[in-house]
Design a protein around this ligand. Structure first.
Ligand code: APR
Length: 269
């Protein structure tokens, strides 16, 4: 699959204009989020993204595994594991950074998400928040501008997708509101399985509400709009861009012979 450039990953503003995101879950916004041009969403194989950094859902050993960790190590090649061996592991909620080797991105940020604890969900939430915050802090420290997150902990670690997406959006919105957030050009949420697509479609409009006119735009059709030519032109341009998006992966692309379920069985075995 040809690498996907950061600039080709749709922003929330574009997705709102294209009606690709249902805004009904967003509280009636008094004002749009300031970040809708710097937050992106794509359903893709994260190893295909030519961004500055991709964020891997690793384990404490940092020595690879199944899921996205396995896909990233397979696509990067053995040198990634060699570098990971020098890092002495990583604590839950923390992140470490390596080169990307055969991947199209520049760096890999390895973060260790929590294994979901339904007895103490607040502890899991705090650790997951820390994954997003520590990853973005590392990106800024290394002068990286575009960062793409896999859905941390929502696979083998069992974090419910809906709750995890809310934590992820809240943590990223909070970081982008801060001074360091101004140093980033784009933060991208990468979904892979349908459950995460649904989760982010729900969570994003809540933490990154659209501009009121965008919502109005959604209710508007060309006939009713006084400058319908501009609206129709903007819509056509946005649709053309969206149609260039890659088709959706359904199995682990780095190892098509093994489905996600098989990987999960292997990991749990
Ligand atoms: N591209 C993008 N996302 C992917 C890809 C891929 N190629 N492959 C899987 N995913 C998604 C999954 O659908 C899930 O939403 O990544 C998310 C994280 O799932 P896991 O990879 O299972 O990670 P996690 O739940 O954090 O568990 C981490 O699993 O792979 C091991 O070594 C890893 O022990 C660690 C544990």
């Amino acid at each position: 699959m040809a690498p996907i450039a950061a600039a080709d990953i749709p922003t929330l503003n574009l997705l709102y204009k294209l009606k690709k995101l249902d805004t009904s879950s967003s509280p009636s916004p008094k004002r749009a989020s300031d970040h809708n041009d710097r937050v992106g969403l794509i359903r893709a194989d994260i190893t295909s993204l030519a961004v500055d950094a991709i964020v891997n859902a690793a384990n404490k050993s940092l020595l690879g595994g199944g899921g996205v960790d396995g896909a990233i190590h397979r696509a990067a090649g053995p040198q990634l594991l060699s570098e990971c061996r020098t890092l002495n592991g990583c604590e839950t909620g923390s992140s470490k950074i390596t080169d990307a080797y055969n991947l199209p991105c520049k760096k890999v940020i390895h973060t260790v998400g929590p294994i979901y604890d339904e007895i103490r969900p607040e502890r899991s939430k705090a650790s997951l928040q820390s994954c997003y915050k520590s990853s973005l802090e590392l990106a800024v420290q290394h002068g990286l501008k575009t960062v793409a997150f896999s859905a941390i902990s929502t696979g083998i670690y069992g974090y419910p997708s809906g709750e995890a997406a809310m934590v992820a959006c809240e943590a990223v919105a909070s970081f982008l509101d801060g001074d360091d957030g101004k140093k980033l050009d784009k933060v991208i949420f990468v979904t892979f399985e349908e459950k995460d697509v649904r989760a982010y479609n729900q969570a994003l409009p809540r933490f990154f509400p659209p501009a009121a006119e965008t919502s109005a735009y959604q209710g508007m059709n060309a006939e009713s709009d006084p400058d319908e030519g501009d609206q129709a032109e903007a819509k056509a341009e946005a649709e053309a861009k969206a149609n260039q998006l890659p088709s959706v992966p359904t199995t682990d692309p780095a190892d098509p012979s093994r489905t996600q379920k098989k990987q999960k069985q292997d990991t749990e075995a």
